[in-house]
Design a protein around this ligand. Sequence first.
Ligand SMILES: NC(=O)c1ccc[n+]([C@@H]2O[C@H](COP(=O)([O-])OP(=O)(O)OC[C@H]3O[C@@H](n4cnc5c(N)ncnc54)[C@H](O)[C@@H]3O)[C@@H](O)[C@H]2O)c1
Length: 258
Amino acid sequence: MLDLKKKNALITGIANERSIAWGITQQLHKAGANIGVTYLPDEKGRFEKKVREVVEPLNPSLIVPCDVQSEEQIDATFAAVAEKWDKLDILIHCLAFADKEGLTGDFSDISRDVFLKSLNISTYSLTRMAKAAKPLMSDGGSIVTLTYIGGVRVIPNYNLMGIAKAGLEMSVRYLASELGSHKIRVNGISAGPIRTLASSAVGGILDMIHHVEEVAPLKRTVTQIEVGNTAAFLCSDLSSGITGQIIYVDGGYEVMGM
Ligand SMILES: NC(=O)c1ccc[n+]([C@@H]2O[C@H](COP(=O)([O-])OP(=O)(O)OC[C@H]3O[C@@H](n4cnc5c(N)ncnc54)[C@H](O)[C@@H]3O)[C@@H](O)[C@H]2O)c1
């Protein structure tokens, strides 16, 4: 029943084979979607090289640079989408950033610059990309972002990213409210801890994983592919009545009090 054939999907946030965005990309592709991806450009072109290597087997329709801090690059990304496809159906927002200072030490020591940069990249980018996607989602669409329980509860060291995720989750609700009349649904997936490039910057990620393995009802954390399966569901007509929600894919950890 899960069918994404003839759906065009733009996926952000692949850095390497461990990226949650890569798990999502594989599952959307398996369900039949046409794939376009963005990568974060850097001076030496290392991200581009890696992302091309990872996604090449899926034969993507688009591979475009997009640093979400840049208005021009966001506009150019969606211009490339409009040129390649007659419409966009799916947008996956799967990226975040915080300087080390925001992910360790005392929360009250976080500087203004570090705070603003993190919220610019990790939070505002969803709203900015949704605005750019809206005119291309002429048949309606599905926007999915990635969040973490550290946006709802205090998790040691998650610090600044917790604020970014709280804002992101509220953005999901406001965007869902606005875009619903355009048949565009907006949801978030709150994933359990997974070892990736980004999560390795959070102090004590292995402790977080071990804690989930002990406490979560399923006695384990989750995989990128499991997150990808939920993303595929949220992008398909099977979830046509769901918008504005944060769905936990965390082995059940969220329901536990102790
Ligand atoms: N790994 C986890 O435990 C976990 C749990 C819950 C939620 N998440 C969320 O999942 C998402 C993906 O993270 P991941 O864990 O797969 O790590 P990852 O390092 O594989 O992905 C993070 C991505 O963000 C991109 N990025 C950073 N700054 C950017 C910018 N300025 N412009 C464009 N892209 C930029 C990076 O290029 C990278 O591809 C993030 O939102 C993260 O907070 C991760």
